[in-house]
Design a protein around this ligand. Structure first.
Ligand code: EPS
Length: 384
C-alpha cells in the first residue's frame, strides 16, 4: 500500500490517492470524519479551524461502502478557498501582490524553500509546507484504521508535555482511549491539563507559540510484523519516517527512549516469560513493543517532540528574501500550539505503517485471504 498527497493550504482541495487497499473492506465514513474532527480540535488552534469542517469525499475505488481493490481517491475540500480564489486559482489571472510574503519566518520552510525553488513569493512555499496537509494524511490513516479494526488493532494518543510541564504518571491504554477526547489538550492527567492550557494561554498573550511531547500507543499488533533482515523492512524505521514527516516534529523515541542511554542492560531488556494461559509474555515493555525491527506483540509505545510553531505574532528578526534588508518576520494566521492536533495526526500516520506491514505479512488482495493467512499464522505460533 502506498499513497501520494496533493494540495495547498488555501487551494481548492486536498487530495490523496491510496493504492493497494485490499478488496471487500467495509468502510464506515463516519469513522474517517471523526478522526478529521479530532485533528481540528485543541486549545491553542487558530481561526482557520473555525472556517473548516473537514469531511472526506471518496471519489473512486469504493462501491457502496466496500473497497474494490482499485486505487482509492479521496479529497477534503478547503472551505477557505472561497476567500482565496483570487490569489490561489490554478488557472487564469490571479492577484499576487496583496498576499505576497517576502519576510521569511525563522523555523519555517520559508527561507530555504524560496531559495531552492527560486521564488520571489514565499507563499508558494508556505502553501504546501503548511500543516494543513496533515488533514488528508489523517484521512488516509483513518482508512487504514478501518482495515486494522478487523484484527482489533487499536490506536490512542495523549499529550504529555506542553511548555515546561510534563506528566509524571504513566497511564494505561484503556485510561487514555476512554478519556483523552474529553480533554481540550488531549491530556488525561487533570493537573497537567490545566497547566498546559495555562501555558498556551500565556504564550498567546505574549505573541508566542509552544511545542510539546505526545505519545502514541498501538495495541494488539501481532508478534512478528516488520523484519530485522533489511533496513527498510524494520517496523520502527518505517514508523520513524512517517512520524518525522509530520510538520514540526523534531525527535522520536520508542519505549524508554532517550532514558535508555543512562541504564544498564539488566534494567532495560524486557524479560521473557511463559504461562499456559498467556503464552509467551513480558512483564515490562521498556523497548516499546519493538525488538529487532519487529513487533513483539506488546503495546507499541512511541513519543514525538514537536517544536513550537514558527509563526510568531511578536515576530523575530529576519530578512526580506528579495531586498535582503533586515525586517521582522511576516505574520501569517496560525496556531499558538498544535501539539494536541499533531498527536491525532501521528496516530493516523502510524496506522498507515501498521496496515502496510500487516499486508506485507498476510497479503493485500482481498480481506478473506488476509484473514485466513492471519489465522493460520496465529495457529502456527500457538502450536509451538
Ligand atoms: C492548518 C491550517 C493552517 C494553519 C496551520 C495548520 O491554516 P491557515 O494558515 O489558513 O491559518 O492554521 O498551519 C500551520 C501552523 C503552519 O505553520 O503552516 C491545519 O489545517 O491544520
Amino acid at each position: 500500500i502506498r499513497y501520494l498527497t496533493s494540495g495547498e493550504s488555501h487551494g481548492q482541495t486536498l487530495i490523496a490517492i491510496v493504492e493497494g487497499m485490499p478488496s471487500n473492506l467495509k468502510i464506515n465514513i463516519d469513522n474517517i470524519n471523526n478522526e478529521l474532527n479530532k485533528r481540528q480540535k485543541g486549545y491553542g488552534r487558530g481561526k482557520r479551524m473555525e472556517i473548516e469542517k473537514d469531511k472526506v469525499n471518496i471519489l473512486s475505488g469504493v462501491r457502496g461502502n466496500i473497497t474494490i481493490g482499485s486505487p482509492i481517491a479521496i479529497e477534503i475540500k478547503n472551505k477557505d478557498f472561497e476567500n482565496w480564489k483570487n490569489y490561489m486559482d490554478p488557472i487564469g489571472d490571479i492577484e499576487v501582490e496583496s498576499r505576497k510574503v517576502t519576510k521569511a519566518r525563522p523555523g519555517h520552510a520559508d527561507l530555504v524553500g524560496a531559495f531552492k525553488y527560486d521564488f520571489e513569493d514565499i507563499r508558494n512555499v508556505l502553501e504546501r509546507s503548511s500543516a494543513r496537509e496533515t488533514a488528508i494524511r489523517v484521512a488516509v490513516g483513518a482508512l487504514c484504521k478501518e482495515f486494522l479494526s478487523i484484527f482489533d488493532i487499536k490506536f490512542t494518543s495523549h499529550v504529555i508535555c506542553i511548555g515546561e510541564d510534563e506528566v509524571e504518571n504513566t497511564y494505561k491504554f484503556e485510561d487514555i482511549i476512554e478519556n483523552v477526547d474529553k480533554s481540550e489538550v488531549r491530556c488525561v492527567d487533570e493537573f497537567y491539563e490545566e497547566r498546559f492550557i495555562e501555558n498556551i494561554r500565556k504564550a498567546k498573550e505574549n505573541g508566542d507559540s509552544l511545542g510539546g511531547i505526545f505519545e502514541v500507543r498501538i495495541k494488539n499488533v501481532p508478534i512478528g510484523i516488520g523484519s530485522y533482515v533489511h533496513y527498510d523492512k524494520k517496523l520502527d524505521s518505517n514508523l520513524a519516517l512517517e512520524l518525522m514527516s509530520i510538520q514540526g516534529i523534531k525527535g522520536i523515541e520508542f519505549g524508554l527512549g532517550f532514558k535508555l542511554g543512562k541504564l544498564s542492560g539488566s534494567k532495560v531488556q524486557d524479560e521473557i516469560y511463559y504461562s499456559q494461559s498467556r503464552g509467551i509474555y513480558r512483564q515490562t515493555n521498556n523497548l516499546g513493543g519493538i525488538e529487532g525491527g519487529m513487533s513483539t506483540g506488546e503495546e507499541i509505545v512511541v513519543r514525538c517532540v514537536m517544536k513550537p510553531i514558527p509563526t510568531l505574532y511578536t515576530p523575530l528578526n529576519s530578512v526580506d528574501i528579495n531586498t535582503l534588508e533586515n525586517y521582522k518576520a511576516s505574520i501569517e494566521r496560525s496556531d499558538n500550539c498544535a501539539v494536541p492536533a499533531a498527536s491525532v495526526v501521528a496516530e493516523n500516520v502510524c496506522a498507515f505503517v501498521i496496515a502496510k506491514f500487516m499486508m506485507h505479512k498476510f497479503g493485500s488482495d482481498n480481506i478473506s485471504d488476509i484473514i485466513s493467512n492471519y489465522k493460520n499464522y496465529l495457529e502456527r505460533l500457538k502450536s509451538r
